[in-house]
Ligand binder design. Structure first.
Ligand code: FAD
Length: 290
């Protein structure tokens, strides 16, 4: 199908993007186009104008900012997966980015578009929630930082306000003795997460001193799995503890587990402990290596 007609506009700076948003009510931003273009072609969206932000230099790049990595909104999944800095300091994020879609999607799709689109089956939101990352939203009057746990609010809905643009994502850098990992049951066609699990584990003298877990893919938006976290904190970093804690994820899922023709809600809920356990084990192993 062809998209409905729209005006194509291109911004060369954030300031220009804000001017164009103000002058074109109902316009949509275009970054990598890997979620927006399918929506336009299916006519699920028909904005009067599309504002291409894909060449705004200030939205690119990965840099250290204090204890965080600041990843520009236009950084592609492939760039994140290949970044030595991300692999070292936020292994789960590099892992999630490496598993997004296929090479074409990873070379065009951006972290800013991924979080703004907030598809429940996306991988990066789950990691950002587990790592206690944040989203930097740039409005016409300046920036604000929104914790990832507050940014994702529902199916394809976020805390972004009208005319705010995702400028960057902040990810705390892992310190010594802390490891993180992301595992997913990928849809065999799209690779989107049917069930996704991200974990961060700090290991001290063989004990799980700090545990953070988030699940995605099977719930309306990525969420922390606090029952799992409580069950593993203070326990030995070993397979039996990971399995026992992961089994608690059912307490974190609630009654809003998503199902579709590929995988029912019951099936996804049954798979969740498996992927949580794998993420915990991989994160703890990395903590030992850190
Ligand atoms: C075949 C296929 C397989 C995929 N598989 C996966 C997968 O396995 N895992 C996964 O996580 N994702 C997957 N995706 C989605 C992919 O990751 C996209 O990169 C992502 O969803 C959107 O990023 P984008 O840069 O393409 O955004 P676009 O498509 O350009 O935009 C998406 C939405 O975000 C808005 N937007 C974009 N940038 C900004 C910004 N900076 N500030 C505010 N709003 C913005 C747009 O207006 C639009 O509403 C897949 C996509 C396809 C087509």
């Amino acid at each position: 199908m062809y998209a409905a007609e729209f005006n194509y506009l291109r911004a060369s700076s954030l300031a220009e993007a804000h001017r164009l948003l103000a002058a074109n009510p109902g316009a949509k931003l275009l970054a990598g186009g890997h979620s927006l273009i399918p929506l336009l072609k299916l006519r699920l969206a028909a904005p009067p104008a599309v504002i291409d932000i894909g060449r705004i230099a200030e939205l690119r790049g990965i840099a250290r900012r204090g204890d965080d990595l600041r990843i520009g909104a236009l950084t592609t999944h492939a760039e994140i997966a290949a970044s030595a800095e991300v692999r070292k300091s936020a292994a789960a994020l590099a892992e999630a980015a490496a598993g997004v879609g296929d090479p074409a999607v990873r070379n065009r799709g951006t972290i800013g578009g991924n979080v703004a689109h907030a598809d429940p089956a996306s991988d990066l939101p789950t990691v950002l929630v587990a790592l206690e990352g944040a989203v930097v939203a740039a409005g016409p009057k300046g920036e604000r930082t929104i914790p990832a746990a507050e940014f994702f609010t529902g199916v394809m809905t976020t805390a972004l306000r009208d005319h705010e643009i995702v400028a960057a994502v902040l990810v705390p850098m892992a310190t010594r003795g802390v490891g993180s990992a992301y595992t997913k049951f990928a849809h065999p066609a799209s690779r989107y997460a049917v069930v996704g699990a991200a974990a961060l584990v700090a290991v001290n003298k063989g004990t799980c001193a700090e545990v953070r877990v988030a699940v995605g893919g099977l719930v309306p938006h990525a969420r922390r799995a606090s029952a799992v976290e409580r069950a593993l904190s203070g326990q030995p970093a070993e397979a039996a503890s990971f399995a026992a804690a992961a089994a608690r994820v059912r307490d974190d899922l609630g009654s809003d587990v998503l199902g579709d023709i590929f995988a029912s809600a019951e099936y996804r809920a049954a798979m969740a402990p498996v992927y949580v356990k794998r993420a915990l084990a991989a994160a703890a192993a990395r903590a030992g290596l850190a």
